[in-house]
Design a protein around this ligand. Structure first.
Ligand code: F6R
Ligand code: ZN
Length: 209
């Protein structure tokens, strides 16, 4: 079999938050609360606080002013990762807000495995999924309850809460996909989402090289 071309490229360093696997590999039903993103049972979870996200926002002065008021949780990820499986799933719960008009967002990443995509199924709240291909094409998919967004392999993806309530979505992918944060962290994405008069606008990122 011919290996996928990406297998020949150097891989990024492993991400810092690889979560543990569940103990049992047996079939089961996992309860997901569409309003809070709670996942029971779950095998791992992490939170991202505002202070960990300074690099991703444009307006550092607005960021520092907000952080001075308190280091709130910006988003949480809860996962059910079965052992020895080609699927893992969980929720991301993103709190609403903006920094100098730029809507709260996830770090954004490509998958280390360039042959592995993902789906995001929105449970509550409203947002935008911002996608970017390796050759610079940008797309957005509306995130709202009932919409399942398809993320093709090798498209960078970042979720943005454009509403005033938590944005909760279920994601499903291969646990081998991995996260490559480097490109988006260093360059940003080509588009940013700003709130003007309460409505979200997708605009060109003036800081993108
Ligand atoms: C997994 C995936 C999601 C995100 C999560 C947080 O491949 O896309 O579970 O990891 O929504 O976003 P990031 O990882 O970009 O901070
Ligand atoms: Zn992903």
């Amino acid at each position: 079999m011919t290996p996928h071309f990406a297998a020949l490229l150097p891989l990024p360093e492993p991400e810092e938050n690889t979560l543990p696997v569940a103990e049992s590999a047996l079939p089961l039903g996992v309860a997901i609360d569409p309003l809070t993103g709670a996942v029971e049972p779950h095998s791992g979870r992490y939170t991202k606080k505002l202070s960990e996200l300074r690099e991703i926002y444009r307006d550092k002065a607005a960021f520092d002013r907000l952080l001075a008021k308190g280091d709130a949780i910006a988003y949480e990820v809860v996962e059910y990762r079965p052992p020895n499986s080609d699927v893992t799933f969980g929720t991301t719960t993103m709190y609403p807000g903006d920094i100098g008009g730029e809507c709260y967002m996830t770090r954004g990443h490509f998958h280390v495995r360039r042959d592995m995509g993902e789906v995001y199924y929105t449970q509550s709240g409203e947002g935008l999924l911002l996608l970017e291909s390796r050759d610079g094409e940008s797309r957005t998919v509306e995130m709202k309850p009932g919409v399942c967004a398809y993320i093709p392999p090798d498209w960078g993806h970042r979720s943005i809460n454009t509403g005033s309530e938590p944005l909760v979505f279920v994601w499903v992918c291969n646990p081998a996909a991995g996260h490559d944060y480097g490109d988006i962290l260093s360059r940003g994405m080509r588009k940013i989402v700003m709130k003007t008069d309460g409505a979200p606008d997708v605009i060109d990122n003036p800081a993108h090289p």
